[in-house]
Design a protein around this ligand. Structure first.
Ligand SMILES: Nc1ncnc2c1ncn2[C@@H]1O[C@H](COP(=O)(O)OP(=O)(O)OP(=O)(O)O)[C@@H](O)[C@H]1O
Length: 219
């Protein structure tokens, strides 16, 4: 489902983010991505979403070579993906419900249907009762759960979550991770980066990355 074949990413001659990375994540799998700051985790996510392209090697999603996607192909790829990335915050001038409806409205869903599906997504992450709140009235963990609702409202096949529990206390982090695990339990492939030792210790699969190279868990 997600495959990296000898992928390297050079932002410039001296900014090498990934070096010869090969890995494969099966459909329905839950894998964690671990590694120190600057190791290349965010870059790896961005390659799957075609936000960045490999300098060499191939990234395949469902067998499709992301490097060969033209401009028209990118929205089709993104529809398969639920992205909870670090630089994609909620819009602070819209309610929780409006934020969650947005991905549906931009793809042309009727407002009534968008609202129903957004409410269902918020319910799944335990945030329906805050539907009318503004994002800045929520805690960090609650905002992350809304970001997850927004990511899954299009029913993606794959969720990519880049440090979704950063800066959260244990209880909030667990709620965020429980929400992600619940989507995995119904068949959604999940790749989650985290520094959370407790989570990594109990994880079935951890892909470790250091200085742009895999140091374990790639098979
Ligand atoms: N747009 C960019 N231009 C130049 N260099 C970049 C760019 N994005 C990332 N890098 C560099 O690539 C390397 C990997 O960065 P990346 O953000 O992928 O790491 P990370 O593991 O996600 O780190 P963190 O845990 O701090 O988010 C770093 O050395 C970083 O400075």
């Amino acid at each position: 489902m997600i495959e990296f074949q000898s992928v390297s990413k050079h932002y410039s001659a001296d900014a090498v983010a990934l070096r010869d990375v090969s890995l494969s994540i099966a459909k329905g799998e839950l894998a964690y991505l671990a590694g120190p700051s600057g190791a290349g985790k965010s870059t790896l996510f961005k390659m799957i979403a075609a936000i960045e392209r490999p300098t060499s090697g191939k990234v395949l999603v469902n067998g499709q070579d992301i490097g060969k996607l033209g401009h028209a192909g990118v929205p089709f790829l993104r529809r398969k993906l639920g992205l909870v990335l670090q630089d994609q915050r909620l819009l602070t001038d819209r309610t929780v419900l409006a934020n969650t409806m947005l991905p549906l409205l931009v793809t042309g869903a009727p407002r009534r249907e968008a609202e129903q599906r957004a409410r269902a997504a918020l319910e799944k992450v335990g945030m329906l009762e805050r539907a009318k709140a503004m994002p800045l009235e929520l805690s960090g963990g609650e905002q992350q759960r809304v970001a997850i609702a927004r990511a899954i409202v299009n029913r993606p096949q794959i969720i990519l979550a880049d440090e979704p529990t950063a800066n959260l206390d244990r209880a909030s982090a667990d709620k965020v991770l429980d929400a992600l695990r619940a989507f995995n339990a119904v068949g959604v492939t999940c790749l989650i980066s985290t520094h959370d030792e407790q989570v990594l210790q109990s994880a079935r699969r951890v892909i470790h990355i250091e200085n742009g190279q895999l140091v374990g868990g790639a098979a």
